[in-house]
Design a protein around this ligand. Structure first.
Ligand code: NAD
Length: 541
């Protein structure tokens, strides 16, 4: 485990070699060891090595996760390939039925799932709830639409009536899924659901920090009736174990930072395999002068501080029309100040902790850099070791300028910069500045105007009068980034088609596509030319 409390913690708690029950009999795990062992039995690992995982909110150890080697990844692929051979022959109705059972299991076992997400990631329970919700929505959507998305399609042939063409959608084979720690349940599962529906197997490498939650996902898939070997989980460092997956997969689905996404894209290019990359963002939110300010302020709090800002689609730049700037900012600051911050897995917290020392370091560095260069802190701006080792207050900055790190770099924390604008075209240009293009949010009472403005924003998703959930939870709509925020789309038709190879099968009847009945090559060319003119006249595509 790379990230855990260290002796340099602001809180001073959580030195692992003192508190780890493996070395200190007075210490205890936060989770029942038998429960953890049942989960970690799902990792394919033969190294004999294990890494302790820690609860970021309290610094307490949670359990010990076996670590995989490159030969383990090899073995995971061998097992997955065998399972996939049988799975691709499974009728679509059986695959749908398993997904609908997964849907029910996720709802029935919601409390257990939320507890584990809260323990492992330290987020507030209300933010954890988005995860089983998204898994259930995705499972239902692909269960109900898989058949339609995967159906063989008849298309027009060269010679009408005589060339019959069908387009098949065949599974790619074994899909590699590499996922991050910030949404450990839904990002581990949701991209795999359409892969399974399309007849693939999966080898998954969740982030080391949140292995247990991802392993609960594997357990639920098995309980829903998916064959055990169809979903392999390996554990270990990103470059070594993630890299070994990229070297063997038939397709890679990666969610994480833009820097890692670039490395994976290069490796996939070398192997000539496809990949989808769900990467970082520096997402803008626009409050137009006719916005409902109370609604916009409430939405801006969710947009900025869900999961303490550790969310790819959360807002880090807020542009407000001059005419309403003061009234909006007053409301936004007041709502932010009223947020309840605390450790705990119950529903009583409005924002949980950052997930690691690395996250806290980035947030502190960005805020201190902005402060030193003249930005004003309207609220927040402090670490809160009294609440837990990595807690940081929700923070609103004003007067942020391009020389400050938080102006264009992704903070991935609870830090938002507020800017004024007087001209909407200028606001859109500023929202479009920088290299990212993941999500945007526009607040206005004129929703038609909001939608028109959305078309000018270079982001893969735009929410009008919502933060990010309206697009993300509408699982029929494609989700992903423009520019350096990614490649490809999850959700909707694109979300399942990426895991298929399209294959065209043409059956030719009666005539051959060459001169016949004694026709010379030249006469055949003339007949074909006449045919082309006729087809155009008939309006054929
Ligand atoms: P990261 O890129 O460091 O790690 C993500 C995953 O990739 C982890 O499982 C890690 O072990 C693995 N990995 C790291 N290096 C690798 C390599 N060389 N080869 C293969 N795998 C490797 O990302 P992170 O910092 O942990 O996650 C936060 C980032 O993820 C943020 O930038 C955030 O915006 C982004 N994110 C994007 C989305 C989205 O849908 N667009 C969703 C969540 C997070």
């Amino acid at each position: 485990m790379s990230e855990h409390p260290t002796s340099s913690d602001p809180s001073g708690i959580g030195t692992p070699d003192v508190r780890d029950p493996a070395t200190d009999i007075t210490a205890s795990y936060a989770l029942e060891p038998g429960y953890v062992r049942r989960l970690t039995a799902g990792v394919l690992a033969s190294t004999g090595r294990a890494e302790t995982t820690w609860a970021p909110a309290t610094g307490q150890p949670l359990g010990s996760v076996p670590q995989s080697s490159v030969p383990d990844v090899e073995e995971a692929f061998a097992r997955a390939r065998r399972a996939q051979q049988a799975w691709q022959r499974t009728p679509l109705e059986e695959r749908s039925a398993a997904l609908l059972r997964l849907h029910d299991l996720v709802l029935d076992r919601q409390a257990e799932i939320l507890d584990l997400i809260c323990w492992e990631s330290g987020k507030a329970r209300k933010h954890a709830f988005d995860e089983p919700l998204h898994v259930a929505l995705t499972a239902r959507y692909y269960a109900r639409t898989g058949e339609e998305h995967l159906a063989t399609r008849r298309v027009a042939g060269l010679v009408p009536g005589l060339t019959r063409v069908e387009v098949n959608r065949l599974p790619k084979g074994v899909v590699g899924i590499i996922s991050p720690w910030n949404y450990p349940f839904n990002l581990a599962l949701c991209d795999g659901i359409p892969a399974l529906m399309a007849g693939n197997a999966v080898v998954a490498k969740p982030d080391s920090q949140t292995m247990l939650t991802a392993l609960l996902g594997k357990q639920l898939l098995e309980e829903a009736g998916f064959p055990t070997d169809l979903w392999q989980v390996v554990a270990g460092p990103g470059a070594e174990i993630g890299g070994a997956i990229v070297e063997r997969a038939d397709y890679v689905c990666f969610t994480g930072s833009t820097a890692t996404g670039r490395v994976i894209a290069r490796q996939c290019a070398d192997r000539l395999i496809g990949c989808s990359l769900e990467l970082g963002g520096k997402n803008p939110l626009l409050v137009l002068r006719d916005a409902d300010l109370d609604r916009a302020a409430e939405g801006a709090v969710r947009a900025s501080f869900s999961n303490a800002g550790q969310l790819c689609v959360s807002t880090e730049r807020l542009f407000v029309a001059d005419q309403v700037y003061d009234r909006f900012v007053d409301r936004f600051v007041a709502r932010t100040k009223a947020m309840v911050l605390r450790a705990g897995i119950d529903w009583g917290s409005d924002m949980g902790t950052l997930t690691s020392q690395a996250q806290l370091d980035t947030v502190v560095a960005h805020v201190e850099d902005a402060r030193a260069k003249g930005a004003r802190v309207l609220t927040g701006g402090r670490a809160r070791p009294d609440l837990g080792p990595y807690f940081y207050e929700p923070t609103i900055l004003e007067g942020v300028t391009p020389d400050m790190a938080c102006f264009g770099k992704e903070t991935f924390g609870p830090v938002i910069s507020v800017y004024r604008f007087s001209d909407e075209a200028d606001a859109v240009a500023r929202a479009n500045a920088g290299e990212y293009g993941l999500n945007a949010s526009i607040w206005t009472r004129d929703t038609a105007r909001g939608r028109a403005l959305a078309r000018q924003v270079k982001c893969g998703t735009v929410n009008v009068n919502e933060a990010f959930g309206a697009t993300f939870a509408s699982v029929e709509s494609p989700m992903g980034g423009m520019r350096e925020s990614g490649l490809g789309r999850r959700q909707g038709a694109e979300g399942i088609h990426r895991y298929t190879e399209t294959q065209s099968v043409a059956t030719q009847r009666l005539i051959r596509l060459a001169p016949m009945l004694g026709l010379s090559d030249e006469s055949f060319a003339k007949v074909m030319t006449a045919n082309l003119r006729l087809m155009k006249k008939l309006g054929r595509k």
